[in-house]
Design a protein around this ligand. Structure first.
Ligand code: PLP
Ligand code: COI
Length: 341
């Protein structure tokens, strides 16, 4: 354990750790896993990732449990989603076994950076794949680099589980109308940065994007999916332009386990007037309650948490999810992988 780190006060930001792991796809095959201490990469200036956005990434966390064991949450789902992202933009899919082996290795190599149980922090893994062949014409690369780095992180939103405020700005799209939000592609996120910057400048924690085609239905927030609780039902947007969140998928199952109904369907903005709870959910955001949603075009604020407190169902969902991730609640769905240390 690294003694110098103030584990309970970490933010969601990059911290140098000891090692990262890398693997290169060349001559039609993946090579050996390399262990590196270098934080930088040597890249051709014409690499396809730089010009044509051949870059995909993932995010997951390793948690130190009450029992001292370190767990990864639904790691195979991240591998599967990264394969879909790769196929979506003509990159080389990373085999699940390679993905999982490298994720385990980077955790083992950086063991001293895994935050202690109870600190509220975790070790965040950031797998990324880039096209490295020089390309001037718009063509996919034939060589790829896959890297996983690890960095200890605290809550994505500075107040953790305290309800935040978000804003809807219709002039921005996070994803293209064709729906590229369903892949974790770096460029998609850059599209949303204008909205997020505007939201933050106005005192909101995030922007809540609408569907890019009609601007009528809720899509997702910049870094997370959206869900709401309405009359004992967990409702979450069905949309081709949002990222299929593994956290959201898991919360839907937990909601069913808790006896709630689950509806995945288009949610018109005005329906926000009828919900009792709302939250942003994702690996980084976990389940961050939303107290208010400001719709700029209508100059209307939907006040969801009138007392400014997390709602009871969001709290139950959050506790169950975190309990499974930290080995405190029985993992009845077999979602966690214990890492040998
Ligand atoms: N939506 C976006 C845009 C995200 O970046 C993320 C985080 O990866 C999510 C949703 C949540 O996905 P997950 O729960 O798989 O982390
Ligand atoms: C994650 O939750 O892992 C994400 O990738 C969100 C992120 C854009 C910070």
């Amino acid at each position: 354990m690294n003694e110098k780190i103030d584990w309970s006060n970490l933010t969601f930001s990059y911290m140098k750790t000891d090692y990262n792991v890398r693997c290169t796809f060349k001559d039609g095959k993946w090579g050996e896993i390399e262990v590196s201490t270098d934080e930088t990469i040597n890249l051709h200036m014409a690499a396809s990732c730089l010009h044509y956005g051949q870059e995909i990434f993932e995010g997951q966390k390793a948690f130190r449990g009450k029992d001292g064991k370190v767990r990864l949450f639904r790691i195979e789902e991240n591998a599967k989603r990264m394969q879909n992202s790769a196929i979506g933009i003509k990159m080389e899919p990373i085999p699940t076994e390679l993905f999982v082996e490298m994720a385990k290795k980077v955790i083992q190599l950086n063991e001293r950076f895994i935050p202690p149980y109870g600190s509220g922090s975790s070790l965040y893994l950031r797998p990324l794949e880039i096209g490295i062949s020089p390309r001037v014409g718009v063509n996919p690369a034939d060589e790829y680099m896959f890297i996983i780095f690890a960095t200890p992180v605290g809550p994505y939103f500075k107040d953790g589980f305290k309800p935040t405020k978000v804003a809807i700005y219709r002039e921005f799209d996070r994803a293209a109308p064709l729906g590229t939000g369903r892949w974790k592609v770096g460029g998609n996120y850059a599209c949303g940065m204008g909205a997020t910057a505007k939201a933050k400048a106005n005192g909101f924690s995030a922007a809540l994007f609408l569907d890019p085609k009609e601007k009528k239905y809720l899509d997702e927030c910049g870094p997370a999916n959206f869900f709401a609780i309405k009359d004992n039902t967990y409702i979450t947007p069905k949309s081709g332009s949002i990222l299929p969140s593994i956290t959201n998928m898991s919360l839907q199952q937990i909601a069913r386990d808790l006896g709630l109904n689950v509806e995945c369907r288009p949610i018109p903005v005005e329906e926000l007037a009828e919900v009792q709870e709302a939250a942003e959910c994702g690996t980084a955001a976990v389940a961050t309650p939303i107290a208010e949603i400001y719709d700029e075009a209508m100059d209307h604020t939907y006040v969801i948490a009138k007392d400014g407190q997390p709602g009871p169902i969001t709290t139950q969902l959050y506790n169950r999810l975190r309990g499974i991730q930290h080995g405190e609640v029985e993992d009845i769905h077999g979602w966690t992988t214990i890492i040998d240390l």
